[in-house]
Write a protein that binds this ligand. Structure first.
Ligand code: NAP
Length: 243
């Protein structure tokens, strides 16, 4: 079967691997934002499709039989395009959605709907670990009364203001390192997306241990489609057994 995976996540790579060893023809699509991405097995195409129409055209041109949306939970535009394009092209779609983190007993998160709300919530004088990538940087940089430690995989193109320090690192992150990072920088607030998964979860435990206030930005809304919460469940939804 010829399958297009909308990727950019570790789970998309796992899925490509499993489908590849089952003998399927797999193409993974990457947005092209990351320099030197870790490449999955099978074929890879890189770059935007050009909206819903571009994705529909690609599905037809490549005679794609199944579409899997395994993008990051905050890649809301791509996921919306996938639903619309799958409907127009008549291609069956399965969405893999990584389960959300939920606060453990004793964890007290502030839930906000957007980066805008997160930036507005921060009290004057806060020392903030920003673990939300490049999203909303223009909003945080207006908060001259706070200090920011921006943790990113790729440096943003823009020059950062003096109250914003950047560190570049790639997950997984472990508890000892997260505690040391927050302690060394005197962090009082952590702004996070609810990405789910184990690779970046340690920051939440570290924040709880150190009394750092977590500000959790909600996931985007998704149009309904067949949605599953594990890689093996994607295989089942595609009518294949997990190996
Ligand atoms: P987005 O806001 O939902 O997408 C914006 C546009 O980028 C889409 O409309 C599409 O352009 C293009 N695009 C996104 N994902 C693509 C893919 N897999 N293949 C081809 N084109 C893609 O997406 P995003 O949040 O910027 O994420 C971009 C990529 O980074 C995704 O692959 C995602 O899985 C990965 N990622 C995102 C996050 C995050 O926090 N958002 C974290 C880790 C990894 P056209 O409409 O022109 O086709």
């Amino acid at each position: 079967m010829k399958i297009l995976i909308l990727g950019g996540t570790g789970e998309a790579r796992q899925l490509a691997h499993k489908l590849h060893i089952c003998g399927h023809e797999v193409i993974t699509s990457l947005a092209g934002r990351t320099q030197g991405p870790i490449l999955p097995e099978g074929s890879v195409r890189i770059g935007p499709f050009g909206g819903v129409a571009g994705l529909v055209a690609y599905l037809h041109a490549e005679a794609i039989e199944r579409l899997v949306d395994a993008t990051h939970p905050y890649a809301g535009q791509m996921s919306a395009n996938a639903v619309a394009a799958a409907m127009q092209a008549g291609t069956p779609l399965v969405r893999y959605m990584r389960p959300q983190w939920t606060p453990l007993p004793g964890q007290d998160w502030i839930h906000v709907a957007s980066a805008q709300e997160a930036a507005a919530f921060l009290p004057s004088g806060a020392k903030v670990l920003l673990s939300t990538g490049h999203d909303g940087l223009e909003l945080y940089r207006t908060r001259h009364d706070c200090r920011f430690l921006l943790r990113v995989i790729e440096a943003p193109n823009e020059v950062l203001p003096p109250n914003m320090q950047m560190i570049q690192s790639r997950p997984p992150f472990h508890l000892d390192g997260e505690i040391a990072l927050m302690r060394d920088h005197g962090i009082t607030h952590l702004v996070s997306k609810n990405s789910g998964g184990s690779q970046t979860e340690a920051k939440l435990v570290a924040a709880q241990r150190l009394g750092v206030q977590v500000i959790m930005i909600a996931r985007p809304d998704y149009a309904p489609t067949l949605e599953v919460g594990s890689v093996d469940a994607v295989l089942e939804a595609l009518g294949m057994s997990a190996r």
